[in-house]
Design a binder for this molecule. Structure first.
Ligand code: ADP
Ligand code: 5GP
Length: 226
């Protein structure tokens, strides 16, 4: 994957819109199977100005997954080289595989005035927060029960029994990181949970601290220029 930009993250976060606003890094995490991909898809379809960060991974492609859309599927030497070349904003080991967020596309998206959506685990959420602090909004999705989580993993029909067992045993350690998030939601009813995530995104976009164009506008109000 080519590295195409030299704009640092801090500068890219300043959006070029008329009424300037800082870009947002919107993180959705959950134990595997709780429903974050489903919510991400709906959010991307419903919200303008939001683009998905496509991670690189060394895990094998699942049936139906498309290279470059769901993930950039790379082999271990390529992943290691990308780490060595500082091409990742963050990366982590998950289920014996490596997953990482390519840096350049995120900086490009923010620079183009888009907010960026991340489907990454707690390790990634933590690393992004260390890099971009208050520009990161972290949402954690819980299943309504462990029985329902397993039923969803089985119902998805993408993983072997062995993989499902490992995802279930990892779910407990994922859930243990619930307190590293700004928002925690239970995904019982899919539509209701999606509506909550959408509300969070919309409210976070309106935060005063993100409206960097506000000071200029207030001055103009004050002087009667507008
Ligand atoms: P994740 O991305 O967290 O691994 P998915 O979005 O792939 O989870 O969801 C896992 C499975 O559960 C999918 O088959 C999806 O259709 C289903 N699912 C998602 N949300 C719900 C929900 N609220 N109720 C019932 N099934 C759901
Ligand atoms: P899956 O194999 O089900 O697609 O993803 C497994 C886990 O890896 C999920 O919890 C997902 O959020 C996480 N993940 C996917 N991409 C990244 C990434 O780039 N960085 C990190 N830290 N985690 C990721």
């Amino acid at each position: 994957m080519a590295e195409t930009t030299t704009i640092p993250l801090e500068d890219a976060l300043e959006q070029p819109a008329a009424f300037k606003r800082r870009g947002l890094l919107f993180v959705l995490s959950s134990p595997s199977g709780a429903g974050k991909s489903t919510i991400s898809r709906k959010l991307l379809a419903a919200e303008d100005g939001l683009t998905m960060s496509v991670s690189a991974t060394t895990r094998p492609r699942r049936p139906g997954e498309v290279d470059g859309i769901d993930y950039h599927f790379v082999d271990l030497p390529t992943f290691r080289q990308m780490v060595a070349d500082n091409q990742f904003l963050e990366w982590a080991h998950v289920f014996d595989n490596r997953y990482g967020t390519p840096r350049a596309p995120v900086e490009d998206m923010l620079n183009a005035g888009h907010d960026v959506l991340f489907d990454i685990d707690w390790q990634g959420a933590q690393q992004l927060h260390q890099i971009a602090g208050g520009d990161v909004v972290r949402v954690f999705i819980l299943p309504p029960s462990m029985i329902e989580l397993e039923a969803r993993l089985r119902g998805r029909r993408t993983d072997s029994d062995d993989v499902i067992d490992r995802r279930m045993s990892r779910a407990h350690s994922e859930i243990a990181h619930w307190d590293g998030y700004d928002y925690v939601l239970v995904n019982d009813d899919a539509d209701a949970c999606f509506a909550k995530v959408q509300t969070i995104l919309r409210a976070e976009r309106l935060k005063r601290s993100r409206q960097t164009g506000l000071i200029g506008f207030i001055r103009k109000l004050d002087t009667g220029e507008v």
